[in-house]
Structure formats: C-alpha cells, structure tokens
Design a binder for this molecule. Structure first.
Ligand SMILES: [Zn+2]
Ligand SMILES: [Zn+2]
Ligand SMILES: [Zn+2]
Length: 171
C-alpha cells in the first residue's frame, strides 16, 4: 500500500468521462452525445427510441447529478402531459436494460451512462457536496473483487461500487 488512495487509470476511450466534471466542462455536449449514442444503440438493437424514452434520458442528462424517480416524474409531466407514472417507469427500465443509464443504489436514483461500451460494471464516485456522480472505469478493481467472491463461493448478481466523498471541484 502506498497510501495514495484508490486510483484507476481510464483507458483512452473513457477519457471523456473524467473531462465531464472538470471546471471548464460544457455540459450540453454530454447530453447531445448521450442522446446520439442512445439513438445508435436502439438502432443497432432494433428497439424503438420512443419520445418518452428520449425525454426521460434527456431529463436524466440535465446534469451529472443523480435523479430520483419521483423528481423525474415531476419534471416530465410538463413536457409530456399525458404520461402516466407507469409509462415513465417502463421508460426507466428500458434505459437501464439498454445500459444507457445506471441505478445509483445508495441514492435510489439514476444517472446517465458516460461510457461508450454497453453493459459494464461501474465505479461511481458520489460527491456529498454537489451531488454529482462520476462514473469511472474499474476493470482491474472488479477483477480483484471477482477473485475474492470466488474464494467466498459467493455468486454476485450485480457488480457496482459506490463511493461517497468530496469531488475535486468541491474539495
Ligand atoms: Zn456533462
Ligand atoms: Zn456506464
Ligand atoms: Zn462535488
């Protein structure tokens, strides 16, 4: 142990994820990119990116803060007047299934996925001051965990690590 804390270097393709929370960050680019990549994913999988699914994803991508389901319902109502909560929940399920958003279990909320590869494990850094959540690549970390689980004969169902703390901007 070097005492330097936990650091996982991102592969090149993932660098946009860390730029996302830099002070010079222009967020509308993130949202456009996310919507564009969602269109591509839906096209490739032959599933429909319906207006309600698009609207839900846009609301989640309004910032890098996690969005709770009931806040999402409040925000979507003025946009899609007739939407019922069940429709919104189905849209959330759809986005989760497609790997376009992630559930932040410890906050019971959702964030947009900022990785280009689909269906991956997550390391989520949750700032307790600004409430932004940064998604980091974590392959090596997860490999180590997988070894531990194997030794414990423990079968995991979902692998995600959520760390609460203070982000670089708030520190
Ligand atoms: Zn952004
Ligand atoms: Zn992701
Ligand atoms: Zn912060």
């Amino acid at each position: 142990m070097t005492g330097g804390g936990l650091r996982v270097m991102p592969p090149k393709a993932e660098m946009t994820g860390s730029e996302c929370v830099s002070p010079t960050h222009v967020h509308c680019g993130c949202r456009e990119k996310a919507i564009h990549s969602a269109e591509q994913v839906c096209n490739q999988c032959g599933v429909r990116f319906t207006p309600i699914r698009r609207e839900v994803l846009k609301i989640i991508w309004e910032s890098h803060r996690a969005v709770k389901a009931h806040d999402l319902l409040d925000r979507i109502k003025p946009k899609v007047g007739t939407a019922k909560p069940a429709t919104d929940y189905r849209a959330l399920d759809f986005l989760l299934e497609q790997g376009l958003i992630h559930r932040v279990e410890s906050l019971n909320a959702f964030i947009g996925c900022s990785c280009s590869e689909r269906q991956h494990e997550q390391l989520l850094l949750i700032c307790i001051r600004c409430h932004e959540v940064e998604e980091r690549p974590c392959e090596r970390l997860m490999e180590a965990i997988a070894k531990e689980l194997e030794q414990a004969s423990f079968t995991m169902q979902r692998k995600a690590i959520e760390i609460h703390g203070i982000c670089g901007r708030c520190a």
